[in-house]
Ligand binder design. Sequence first.
Ligand code: SIN
Length: 187
Amino acid sequence: MAMWVFGYGSLIWKPGFPYDEKLLGFIRGYRRVFYQGSTDHRGTPAFPGRTVTLEPLRGEVCWGVAYKVSKEEDKKIALEHLEVREKQYDKTLHLDFFTDPTSATPTVCGVMVYLASPDTRTNMNYLGPAPLEDIARQIVQAAGPSGPNRDYLFHLEDALNTLGCEDAHVRDLANAVRRILSAESTC
Ligand code: SIN
């Protein structure tokens, strides 16, 4: 049986594992939020960055991409890769994935989704909500082994725009970061 993996953050633009098929679509009942602290990719333990996780919210949908991995050897490569990369995400869910907003029938049942929960007993890096300007300032300042935190945000914004999926939280945050950067450059 094929394995499906849903990407809603960096997995959208950089899966990093072999796959046979990629579908644009969404999961229901969640929204994408920059609430997860990153000390291993886009920040450091001394100054965490912020990456996306999913917040359960009735009536919301989160657009992204689902990757189909069929071959046994590819599944092993994908799982080994994801185990390291998503190690700060403490929950793995299996959710229905939809491609047609007008249909209640899932295109794929049980796509694998990595989620960073607000339970600080299992997710010590959870940061949670904060005013938009504070999140933006943190993103401007943070950088980690995978690069500046702002690049993560701008890549995500670009990837979502390329897919034709506007996300107000990502757009507003990217605009706030650009405002801070342009104010800094004129000082
Ligand atoms: C994802 O891309 O789906 C998970 C969050 C991330 O790695 O950015």
